[in-house]
Design a binder for this molecule. Structure first.
Ligand SMILES: *[C@@H]1O[C@H](CO)[C@@H](O)[C@H](O)[C@H]1NC(C)=O
Ligand SMILES: *[C@@H]1O[C@H](CO)[C@@H](O)[C@H](O)[C@H]1NC(C)=O
Ligand SMILES: *[C@@H]1O[C@H](CO)[C@@H](O)[C@H](O)[C@H]1NC(C)=O
Ligand SMILES: *[C@@H]1O[C@H](CO)[C@@H](O)[C@H](O)[C@H]1NC(C)=O
Ligand SMILES: *[C@@H]1O[C@H](CO)[C@@H](O)[C@H](O)[C@H]1NC(C)=O
Ligand SMILES: *[C@@H]1O[C@H](CO)[C@@H](O)[C@H](O)[C@H]1NC(C)=O
Length: 585
C-alpha cells in the first residue's frame, strides 16, 4: 500500500492523539461560546441599566418648630400624616399645658401622702403639614416604652415605668379629639426598655425589658397576657450593673422566626414553638444595646427577582456603634466618657453559615438612629461620640449624619453629610416622612425639663433633607399620580402605579424601583418594625408620551416578609425617590 511505508509508531500516535485534539477543540469552542454569551449579557446590562444619578448635595437642615411642647422620646408616623410623639410622665412637667377644660392628673409626690396635680401633656399629635401640635393625655407612665403600628392604623404602645410597666395603650388618630386608651396590668412581667415587633398575623410580640428575661404577646384589647416565655439569652447577656442588652434589636424574617440581637449575641426564636432554632456568631468589639446604645437596621429586602420561595429571600442587617461594656458605669461614676464604637457590622441573617462583616463609620456614635431611606440607602443620625444612654451619661454630640449606601463596594459606602447645629443626645428621635424629609426631635439627658444647660431639653423640631432631595434632582423626580394608582395590595398580586416625571424620556424597567416602607416606632436608637421592601416591578408603559408612565409591581409574597398594615410606597428613579403614597396590605 501507498502508506505502507509510514512509520507504524506515528500511525499509532495519530490514532491516540486525534481524539484528544478533537476534544480540546470542542472544549475551546464551547468556552469561547460561553465567553461571548457572557460578554453579550454583560453589554446588554450595561446598555440598559443606567447608574443612580449622583449628587454633590450633602443635605440641609430646617428648623420647623421652635417649641413643640413635648420632647420627642418616642415617635411613630401615622397613616394620617401625623406623628404620635411622647415623653415620660415622671417629670410631671413639659412645655405643653393641657388646654382649659382638660382635668389635670393627680399624683403622689415622691411616694409621700401629698397629692399634687400634673397639668402638662406628655404626649402630642404633630401635624407634619402645618407643624401644629395637639396635646394628648397619657396618664400611666410610657417612659422608655415600646410600640408599633397595628394593621388597622392604631398605634399600640406597651410598657413603661412604674404603674405603666404592664400597660398597653392604644391610639387611633382618625378624629380631631382621638386620645389614648390605657389598659393597666396586662402583662405578666414588667416591660421597661423592651422591644415590640409585629408578627405575620398582625399581633405583637414584646421582648425583654429591665429585669424581665422573657417575652409575651400583646393580647386582644382589654384582655390579660396569659404567659411570659423565658428567654435565657436575655439573662445570659445582661452585663453586671450596666445591662447593655435592653431594647434588643428584633426582626421578623421570611421563615416566620424572630431574630433577636442582645448586647453581642443573637439567635433565631420560633414564636410558635418558643424554641431557639439558631445561634449566630458573637459580634466582638463591645456592647450594642441600651445603655451602650448602638443602632441597627435591616438592609432593603429585595423581591426583584423571579423566585418567591422563602429560602430565596435574603435578609441582611447592620449593627453600628455602641460602646464598651464598662462605659455606662464609668460615666455614672463620673470617671469619664469613653469613646463610642465606630464599627458597623453586617450579617446575612438568612445565610446558612452567616458571618459578621466589619466596616468603619467616619465617626463614633452612640444614641443615634438608623433609618431606611426610600431609595435603599440608610441614614445614621443624632446621638453622641462619647458615653452612653441614661441621664447625663453622654458627651461630644455627633452632629454629622452619615449616609450608608449598602450596594456600593466596601470602602465606599459611608458619606458624611451636612452637620446639625442642635445637639440631639439621649432621648432624641427621628422619623422618615412621606416627603422623604427626616423629622428630628427630642433630646433630654435630664430628670426634668431644663431650659438652660449644656444640653437643654429640646422641644425644637427640625427637618433634615437627605441628598436625594437636592433641588437639582427635581427634574428626575417621579410624582405618583395617586388617583390612578392602586392603594390596596394583596400578597403576590400585581398592581399598577401611575407616575409622571419631567425628564423621563425612554424609561425602561431597570430605571425604576418601587419600594415600600413600614413606618417604625423609634425610641432609644432603635426603630421597631422598620423595613424597606424593594418590589419586583416591570412592564413600564408610557401613558402620555414623555409625561407619565405606569409600572406594574408584584406585591410582597407573604406576611412574614411584609407584615399586614400601612406602608409608604415610593417610586424611585435611578436613586431619586418620589413622595410616598400610603398603601395597605
Ligand atoms: C423660631 O424663632 C426664631 C427667633 O424668634 C424665628 O426667627 C423663626 O422664624 C422661628 N421659626 C419657626 C419655625 O417658628
Ligand atoms: C424623694 O425621696 C427621696 C428618698 O425618699 C429623697 O432622697 C429625695 O430628696 C426626695 N425628693 C424630693 C424632690 O423631695
Ligand atoms: C400617710 O397616710 C396614712 C393614713 O392616712 C398614715 O398612716 C401614714 O403615716 C401617712 N404617711 C406619711 C409618710 O405621711
Ligand atoms: C413595676 O411597677 C410596679 C409598681 O406599679 C413596681 O412595684 C415595680 O417595681 C416595677 N417594676 C420594675 C421592674 O420597674
Ligand atoms: C428558588 O430559590 C430556592 C432557594 O434558593 C431554590 O431552592 C429553588 O430552586 C429556586 N427556584 C427557582 C425556580 O429558581
Ligand atoms: C471622648 O473620647 C475621645 C477619644 O477617646 C477623647 O479623646 C475625649 O477626651 C473624650 N471626650 C470626653 C468629653 O470625654
Amino acid at each position: 500500500m501507498r502508506f505502507a511505508g509510514i512509520n507504524q509508531t506515528w500511525l499509532w500516535r495519530g490514532i491516540v492523539i486525534f481524539p484528544w485534539i478533537v476534544a480540546w477543540v470542542l472544549v475551546i469552542l464551547f468556552w469561547l461560546r460561553l465567553d461571548t454569551h457572557d460578554h453579550h449579557h454583560h453589554h446588554e446590562e450595561e446598555a440598559t441599566k443606567k447608574p443612580d444619578i449622583e449628587t454633590n448635595f450633602i443635605g440641609s437642615w430646617e428648623l420647623i418648630n421652635n417649641d413643640s411642647g413635648v420632647s420627642a422620646m418616642h415617635v411613630n408616623l401615622m397613616p394620617t400624616n401625623k406623628l404620635i410623639v411622647y415623653d415620660a410622665t415622671v417629670y410631671r412637667i413639659s412645655r405643653l399645658p393641657y388646654p382649659k377644660g382638660v382635668p389635670c392628673v393627680p399624683f403622689q409626690f415622691n411616694n409621700t401622702n401629698l397629692t399634687l396635680q400634673d397639668c402638662f401633656a406628655h404626649a402630642m399629635e404633630y401635624d407634619i403639614d402645618t407643624n401644629q401640635v395637639r396635646p394628648l393625655k397619657v396618664t400611666v407612665d410610657p417612659w422608655c416604652s415600646s410600640g408599633g403600628l397595628a394593621p388597622d392604623g392604631t398605634l399600640v404602645s406597651t410598657g413603661g415605668w412604674n404603674d405603666g410597666n404592664k400597660t398597653v395603650r392604644y391610639i387611633r388618630d382618625s378624629c380631631s379629639d382621638c386620645d389614648w386608651r390605657e389598659h393597666n396590668n396586662i402583662f405578666q412581667e414588667p416591660r421597661w426598655y423592651a422591644t415590640q415587633h409585629i408578627l405575620a398575623n398582625g399581633d405583637f410580640i414584646v421582648i425583654g425589658g429591665r429585669g424581665a428575661f422573657s417575652y409575651e404577646f400583646v393580647p386582644k384589647e382589654g384582655q390579660i397576657s396569659q404567659k411570659a416565655y423565658y428567654l435565657p439569652l436575655l439573662y445570659e447577656t445582661t452585663d453586671f450593673f450596666a445591662e447593655n442588652n435592653l431594647y434588643p434589636f428584633v426582626y421578623l424574617i421570611p421563615d416566620g422566626n424572630i431574630f433577636v440581637f442582645s448586647n453581642y449575641r443573637s439567635i433565631l426564636l420560633n414564636p410558635t414553638t418558643n424554641k431557639v432554632v439558631k445561634t449566630f456568631p458573637i459580634l466582638l468589639g463591645g456592647s450594642r444595646n441600651y445603655p451602650a446604645s448602638g443602632m441597627s437596621a435591616l438592609l432593603p429586602i429585595r423581591f426583584d427577582y423571579n423566585n418567591f420561595s422563602v429560602n430565596a429571600i435574603k435578609v441582611e442587617m447592620i449593627v453600628c456603634g455602641g460602646n464598651s461594656p464598662d462605659a455606662f458605669v464609668k460615666a455614672l461614676k463620673k470617671e469619664g466618657f469613653l469613646p463610642a464604637l465606630q464599627d458597623c457590622a453586617r450579617m446575612i441573617i438568612t445565610d446558612p453559615n452567616p458571618l459578621w462583616d466589619i466596616e468603619m463609620m467616619p465617626s463614633r456614635r452612640t444614641l443615634g438612629d438608623a433609618l431606611n431611606l426610600p431609595n435603599g440607602q440608610i441614614l445614621l443620625i443624632n446621638g453622641a461620640q462619647n458615653g452612653t444612654g441614661a441621664w447625663w451619661n453622654a458627651e461630644e454630640p455627633n452632629f454629622t449624619p452619615v449616609l450608608y449606601s449598602p450596594d456600593k463596594p466596601k470602602g465606599q459606602r459611608f458619606k458624611g453629610l451636612n452637620p446639625n447645629t442642635i445637639a440631639r443626645m439621649y432621648h432624641s428621635s427621628s422619623a422618615l416622612l412621606p416627603s422623604g424629609k427626616i423629622w428630628v426631635g427630642g433630646s433630654n439627658p435630664h430628670d426634668t425639663y431644663k431650659d438652660v444647660d449644656k444640653y437643654p431639653t429640646e422641644t425644637r423640631v427640625q427637618s433634615f433633607y437627605p441628598p436625594y432631595l437636592d433641588p437639582n434632582l427635581d427634574k428626575f423626580r417621579p410624582l405618583i399620580i395617586q388617583d390612578s394608582s392602586e392603594k390596596k395590595l394583596r400578597y403576590k398580586d400585581k398592581f399598577e402605579t401611575h407616575f409622571s416625571i419631567q425628564e423621563g424620556d425612554k424609561l425602561s424597567d431597570d430605571d425604576i424601583k418601587v419600594t415600600m416602607y413600614f413606618p417604625p416606632f423609634t425610641t432609644h436608637g432603635f426603630s421597631m418594625n422598620q423595613r424597606l421592601l424593594v418590589l419586583k416591578s416591570e412592564d413600564i408603559v408610557e401613558v402620555e408620551k414623555g409625561v407619565s408612565y405606569k409600572i406594574s409591581s408584584t406585591a410582597p409574597p407573604f406576611a412574614e416578609v411584609a407584615p399586614p398594615g400601612y406602608y409608604l410606597l415610593f417610586v424611585v428613579h435611578r436613586g431619586v425617590p418620589s413622595k410616598g403614597m400610603w398603601v395597605q396590605i
